[in-house]
Write a protein that binds this ligand. Structure first.
Ligand SMILES: NC(=O)c1ccc[n+]([C@@H]2O[C@H](COP(=O)([O-])OP(=O)(O)OC[C@H]3O[C@@H](n4cnc5c(N)ncnc54)[C@H](OP(=O)(O)O)[C@@H]3O)[C@@H](O)[C@H]2O)c1
Length: 328
């Protein structure tokens, strides 16, 4: 069988993304073959393309998609041919029509969730799930607590705004334009700070009456790391989970003591979804949040697979909001 796929032969800019035709075989033990209906675009795809996250070449990109299972390999019991399914998972390779991949992190997609929504929500929604549900201060987060969440109008961000509100948390979101701040507020953020105009650490201190927050969720990285530490109360947690502005440079741990015995963690989804059971539990929680209407998945950009270069350019130029999918 043949499939269109997007591949890079070397690291570089969006111009390295090449549409090619690949052969797709039968699934081996523990694998499935899935025919995609839609593909999710994520910031991590740009790190894999640029080489910030290194992989062997050539590399078929993409970490998220939805579709219909065509065939299952030996030992796969949670899926069968004909099932609607969606996933966020390694190895990369979702930028295609058809692929063979490990079944472990592929979940059945509830009938109430469309294929496009499935492709737009798995990686970003499971990430929000493990951040807000599992990446917490020792005493947990209580209703009314303030949290800081950067890039609040982005794909992960708009899901986090809604989910945090449903949990009773007061999310202080940051975003790069006033329009993005309005979008975050409309999706449940309690406060929004335009961090390209305002000193967000000072604003967070004002909003919290000088106390600071118990946790900052920071996916922006280089540009926000230092000020994020200044948003925390003593013993607070800096949960770093991305590098959209570039990776955080090395720092001396002594600074954590001086700022109030802070904790720093660098989280990644793939540690949380490493077992089938764990991944399914997280997916069930996400499916419940979406089917109950607590969290709505906004697809603000759609690009045909052939226009994937433009999709990467727009994502990296901060032109997108909410989720983006590649259509087939
Ligand atoms: N570790 C994990 O498990 C995990 C999983 C999923 C996602 N992530 C991370 O979470 C972040 C959000 O992912 P996403 O796919 O939903 O992307 P996104 O938030 O839709 O897009 C990234 C956003 O980052 C902000 N940003 C700030 N400085 C930037 C810069 N110099 N260049 C580009 N963007 C900049 C922009 O929003 P403003 O214009 O409002 O600043 C931009 O829209 C990414 O950093 C991603 O790597 C991590």
């Amino acid at each position: 069988m043949k499939s269109k796929a997007v591949r890079i032969d070397r690291n570089g800019g969006p111009e390295e993304l090449k549409l090619v035709e690949v052969d797709v075989g039968d699934p081996g033990p523990g694998e499935i073959r899935i025919r995609h209906k839609a593909v999710g675009l994520n910031f991590i795809d740009t790190y894999q393309r640029s080489g910030l996250y290194p992989f062997a070449m050539p590399l078929q990109l993409g970490m998220e998609a939805s579709g219909v299972v065509e065939a299952v390999g030996e030992g796969v019991t949670h899926l069968k041919a004909g099932d609607r399914a969606a996933y966020a998972s390694a190895p990369p390779g979702s930028y295609c029509e058809l692929r063979v991949m490990p079944a472990k992190t592929v979940c059945k997609l509830p009938d109430a969730i469309s294929f496009e929504t499935g492709a737009a929500m798995m990686l970003k929604g499971l990430t929000t799930q493990y951040l807000l549900r599992r990446t917490l201060p020792a005493e947990g987060l209580q209703a009314g607590d303030f949290i800081v969440f950067h890039a609040a109008a982005g794909g992960v961000g708009l899901i986090a705004c809604q989910w945090a509100k449903a949990l009773g948390l007061q999310l202080i979101g940051t975003a790069g334009t006033d329009a993005k701040c309005q979008l975050a507020l409309a999706h449940g953020a309690a406060h929004a700070i335009n961090y390209s105009k305002e000193n967000f650490a000072e604003r967070v201190k004002e909003i919290t009456g000088g106390k600071g927050v118990k946790i900052v969720y920071d996916s922006v990285g280089k540009d926000t790391f230092d000020k994020s530490l200044d948003c925390l109360r003593p013993l607070g947690i800096m949960a770093s989970f991305g590098n959209s502005s570039g990776p955080v440079p090395p720092f001396a741990p002594g600074i954590l003591g001086a700022k109030g015995s802070l904790y720093v963690t660098r989280q990644t989804l793939f540690s949380h979804i490493s077992s089938r059971e764990g991944c399914q539990q997280m997916a069930d929680d996400l499916f419940d949040a979406v089917t109950s209407g607590k969290v709505k998945i906004r697809i603000d950009q759609r690009y045909p697979l052939e226009q994937v270069q433009q999709a990467h350019r727009d994502l990296e130029a901060r032109k997108t909001t909410g989720s983006t999918i590649l259509t087939l």
